[in-house]
Design a protein around this ligand. Structure first.
Ligand code: HEC
Ligand code: HEC
Ligand code: HEC
Ligand code: HEC
Ligand code: HEC
Length: 167
């Protein structure tokens, strides 16, 4: 076979390989089923509700926090009450029970992380969590491993002392 044909075949193989890698990476990204089908795409995407309206501790605490049922009820006492997933929400509210959301991003105990210093420096949530506002169901689109933390700390001249992140 002559030159161009070889190129096309080689190109095809490279594309397949890249596809396979992307597929496994995407396929492995953690995306647990939640007790209520809460969609960031609807709330943060279509209706443009600010991330910090619901994750209100991010700016002042180690955790970003997940909103209490009360925060949801601010709207859902009047909004979309006929939808089956909203009915589930109303049941939690009536039973005065918290919703047992399943964690998606989770660091091992030996890692010390805090949201506040990052949010105060203007680092976007999406930098660490991916385009959450496009997701029907949150998935771990970004792997927050040590390499990723340290690379940014070096670029932004933040501390890379082991004890910054390991206590
Ligand atoms: C600021 C207002 C607001 C808040 C706060 C809010 N929602 Fe919603 N929610 C909406 C709107 C608007 C819709 C879309 C309604 C529609 O499509 O008719 C919606 C839709 C939904 C739906 C239905 C999706 C579907 O199409 O089946 C669910 C479930 C839901 N919200 C859950 C929640 C939960 C859980 C919380 C709290 C964590 C919450 N919402 C907080 C405004 C809000
Ligand atoms: C209306 C309230 C609401 C808004 C607005 C909202 N979130 Fe959420 N978020 C939730 C709820 C409820 C959960 C827990 C259920 C889930 O994972 O979907 C959650 C979960 C998450 C998680 C996964 C947490 C974990 O368990 O590791 C991340 C990351 C996140 N949100 C980021 C964002 C970002 C970024 C934005 C803005 C683009 C945003 N959220 C806007 C309510 C909200
Ligand atoms: C520099 C990276 C980084 C940025 C920026 C960041 N997060 Fe996080 N986020 C993390 C890490 C790491 C965890 C897991 C923490 C753990 O397990 O101890 C996490 C956990 C969460 C959780 C799970 C509950 C919790 O508080 O642990 C939510 C919700 C969340 N982030 C939302 C947000 C939102 C909203 C923003 C923007 C206002 C944001 N994050 C900005 C890295 C980041
Ligand atoms: C996108 C860039 C970026 C990423 C990713 C990032 N950081 Fe940071 N981090 C910063 C910056 C910038 C600061 C300095 C904030 C300041 O000076 O107030 C900081 C500060 C910190 C601090 C506070 C240090 C102190 O001296 O108080 C801790 C702890 C920390 N980061 C841990 C982590 C961990 C753990 C991860 C990964 C899970 C991570 N960071 C990922 C940019 C980042
Ligand atoms: C900016 C934050 C940050 C700094 C600085 C940092 N680490 Fe880490 N480290 C992490 C995070 C996040 C993890 C957990 C995720 C992972 O395993 O990549 C981790 C994991 C580890 C692990 C476990 C690896 C494994 O495979 O389970 C060891 C060992 C470690 N770090 C040692 C160090 C040492 C030694 C230093 C100093 C030279 C250091 N770290 C500096 C964030 C950091």
């Amino acid at each position: 076979m002559r030159g161009p044909g070889k190129f096309i075949i080689a190109g095809g193989i490279v594309l397949l390989a890249v596809g396979a890698i992307l597929f496994t990476a995407y396929g492995r990204a953690k995306t647990p089923e939640q007790p209520i089908k809460f969609s960031h795409k609807i709330h943060a995407g279509e209706f443009k509700i600010a991330c910090e309206y619901c994750h209100s501790y991010a700016r002042r605490s180690t955790v970003a926090g997940v909103p209490a049922v009360e925060r949801c009820m601010g709207c859902h006492k009047v909004t979309a009450m006929d939808k089956p997933e909203v009915k589930k929400l109303l049941e939690y509210w009536n039973r005065k029970e918290p919703i047992p959301w399943v964690k998606v991003f989770d660091q091992p105990d030996f890692v010390h992380f805090s949201h506040a210093p990052h949010v105060l420096k203007g680092i976007a949530c999406q930098n660490c969590h991916g385009p959450v506002e496009t997701m029907e169901r949150v998935r771990e689109a970004v792997t927050l491993n040590m390499e990723r933390c340290v690379t940014c700390h070096m670029q932004r001249k933040a501390s890379i002392d082991c004890w910054t992140c390991h206590k």
